[in-house]
Design a protein around this ligand. Structure first.
Ligand code: PLP
Length: 356
């Protein structure tokens, strides 16, 4: 095997993973013969219908290439340029989209809220909404919620209720960044409908990439009026796939076979196992409650370096610092065991060095 094809050792991200078999099978199947372009094909139609079935409502469905586009374009559809979007200070739309939402909306401003464990805190959100009402300040229009959050936690239905109350009271729309929505569903054991439109969400950006696809996120407008002209917005932004069936078909593979939830459950289970082993073997507690597929840890720099020297890849810059260990649909249990064993050795060595 070519050296560049050697497997890497990683808990870096769920987008390091490959394509899951179910998505791959449907992709192959969609490749027999020709089909109409730009979403006018049977695969796209079937997949949109399947989303409406899963979410138990007649929503408008769009497909784009990635999550940054999904968030940026959907927020632009909810805002005028003089509006603002309230989000958590660690939100992907703030920290990882290079100003995409502001660019797509011609200047809508993000207002950053603090909140424990990566979640928006209703009193803090209300403070941002009511802080100013004069004409010199961008008018709050949207509350954006990341589910599961950037810190691996999950909003409960009760959490969402508090935010919905504010949205209703002040006439704001609710946007959900669901890059890891499936992981949140797996955790909460609520239906997708209960967790979105029944909880007041107007638009959901639903992640396929981290759930086992090669490419392609879905945007679901539960408030159909907000989807008016959205197809033109996608096209102008270069986000209308001409061979749309190759995004739609793998999605159908995830939905029809149940792989979307199975994949998320596996990722969550591996993170739970990792958390348990960290506690048992090394006495290490996570920085935040582990509620989805990631575990955040504080580790001494020499231990981080020792793990990296062993070839382990992970991020140390997400959220609020610390090491983020992210599991995906294909994380093997042996990888967790190997990481734990390397970590234990590194910790022992660092502690011994500290005692000299
Ligand atoms: C990965 C991710 C996205 C999408 O990122 P892209 O790289 O643009 O596909 C959006 N939101 C969150 C919270 C993410 O983790």
């Amino acid at each position: 095997m070519n050296k560049s094809h050697q497997p890497i050792r990683q808990f870096a991200s769920d987008n390091y993973s490959g394509i899951c078999p179910e998505a791959w099978d449907y992709l192959l199947e969609a490749n027999s013969g020709d089909a109409p372009a730009y979403g006018n094909d049977q695969w796209t139609q079937r997949t949109a219908d399947r989303f409406r079935e899963l979410f138990e409502t007649d929503c408008e469905v769009f497909f784009v290439f990635n999550g940054t586009a999904a968030n940026s374009l959907s927020l632009a559809a909810l805002c005028q340029s003089y509006h603002s979007v309230i989000c958590h200070e660690t939100a992907h739309i703030e920290t990882d989209e290079c100003g995409g939402p502001e660019f797509a909306s011609n200047g809508s401003k993000l207002l950053l809220a603090k909140g424990e464990q990566g979640k928006l805190d209703p009193p803090e959100v209300e403070r941002l909404i009511t802080r100013r009402s004069d004409i010199h300040y961008p008018k709050p229009k949207v509350i954006s919620i990341t589910q599961a959050t950037e810190l691996g936690t999950v909003y409960t239905l009760n959490d969402l209720r508090g935010l919905r109350k504010l949205a209703k009271q002040y006439g704001l729309k609710m946007h959900m960044d669901g890059a890891r929505f499936a992981n949140a569903v797996a955790t909460l054991d609520q239906t997708p409908a209960q967790m979105t439109w029944q909880a007041g969400i107007d638009v959901l950006c639903l992640g396929g990439t981290k759930n086992g696809m090669a490419i392609g996120e879905a945007i679901l407008f539960f408030d159909q009026e907000l989807a008016a002209d959205f197809a033109w917005r996608c096209k102008q932004a270069g986000q209308l796939a001409s061979k749309m069936r190759f995004i739609a078909a793998p999605w159908l593979g995830l939905l029809e076979t149940g792989a979307w939830l199975r994949n998320a459950r596996h990722a969550n289970d591996m993170a739970a196992y990792l958390e348990q082993r960290l506690q048992e073997v090394a006495g290490l507690q996570p920085m935040f409650p582990r509620q989805a597929n990631s575990v955040f840890l504080e580790l001494p720099p020499p231990v981080i370096q020792a793990l990296q020297a062993k070839g382990w890849q992970f991020y140390t810059f997400i959220g609020v610092g610390g090491v983020r260990l992210m599991c995906s649909w294909n994380t093997p249990q042996e990888a967790v065991d190997q990481l734990i064993s390397d970590l234990q050795r590194a910790l022992t060595r660092t502690q011994a060095a500290g005692q000299d």
